[in-house]
Design a protein around this ligand. Structure first.
Ligand SMILES: [Zn+2]
Length: 265
């Protein structure tokens, strides 16, 4: 915890209180339960269940809509419940990523880093990703999402040009949010593992992220600025208006975070 305290400084108190409030034995669950919970709410499912995972089961009512210019029409609060899943295969994969890493602990560090983003952000990226993935998976969406060797692509149904553009905008937004989310977890992981004495310089996943312009940002911030940057993700500006409209409206929605125990009651 001392390492996180050095990184997050004053925000360590927020992390500490949110960890106690939002996490309990039921927050660590398995694939079957996560699938069941996401029939009630929505989470992100593109990665599959072989990996260690942090997600948030997010609930809102059916009135939430996104218009073609990215505006979100929604007046009510959203409730989001953080969850972890650590399947055995996730630890095997970790070992193949870098044999020098402490594979028994690195997946926990990585997924907890995703939780740090969730805990520190008033408008968590993972919630925006959940909404977008729910829209994209909806029956009336103009395209189907296909996962081609880890790359998400759209397979279009018969539709109009305008709806095609909308689908592409939604996928681009989801991609950017996902990269920010992943970059935050990896930058924190890099810092924590380095301070524990592990060499992260040859980590292929981190090095790949540093090549991505959005991902590189989070590796370029001085460590004392990182907490503030994590908290301000809802102030991102995009180079396309649909992205800006979406994130501005998302930042106006009241997101309530709760322990999953409350959903299970
Ligand atoms: Zn991750």
């Amino acid at each position: 915890m001392q390492i996180y305290s050095d990184i997050l400084m004053d925000d360590i108190h927020l992390l500490d209180s949110e960890s106690k409030r939002l996490l309990g034995p039921s927050s660590f669950t398995d694939e079957k339960t996560v699938r069941e919970l996401n029939k009630i709410g929505t989470g992100i499912f593109f990665g599959g269940f072989d990996d260690a995972m942090f997600t948030a089961s997010t609930t809102y009512d059916r009135s939430l809509e996104i218009s073609s210019d990215g505006r979100i029409n929604y007046q009510n609060a959203i409730t989001s419940y953080p969850l972890f899943s650590f399947p055995e295969k996730g630890f095997v994969k970790e070992k193949s990523r870098n044999p020098n890493y402490p594979s028994f602990i690195a997946p926990y560090i990585h997924e907890y880093n995703h939780f740090i983003g969730f805990a520190l952000q008033n408008h968590p990226l993972v919630v925006a990703e959940g909404i977008l993935s729910n829209i994209i998976n909806g029956d009336d969406f103009p395209a189907k999402l296909v996962n081609k060797r880890g790359n998400l692509k759209l397979k279009f149904k018969k539709t109009t040009r305008e709806r095609r553009d909308f689908a592409e905008d939604m996928l681009a937004l989801l991609g950017t949010m996902g990269i920010f989310d992943e970059a935050i977890a990896l930058r924190l992981e890099d810092t924590v593992l380095s301070r524990l004495g592990y060499d992260t310089s040859k980590d292929a996943v981190m090095n790949e992220m540093k090549k991505n312009p959005a991902g590189r940002l989070f590796f370029s911030y001085p460590i004392h600025e990182l907490a503030r940057k994590i908290k301000n993700c809802h102030r991102i500006t995009f180079n396309y208006q649909v992205g800006n409209n979406f994130i501005q409206d998302f930042a106006k929605i009241d997101v309530v975070k709760e322990n999953i125990e409350k959903l299970l009651l």
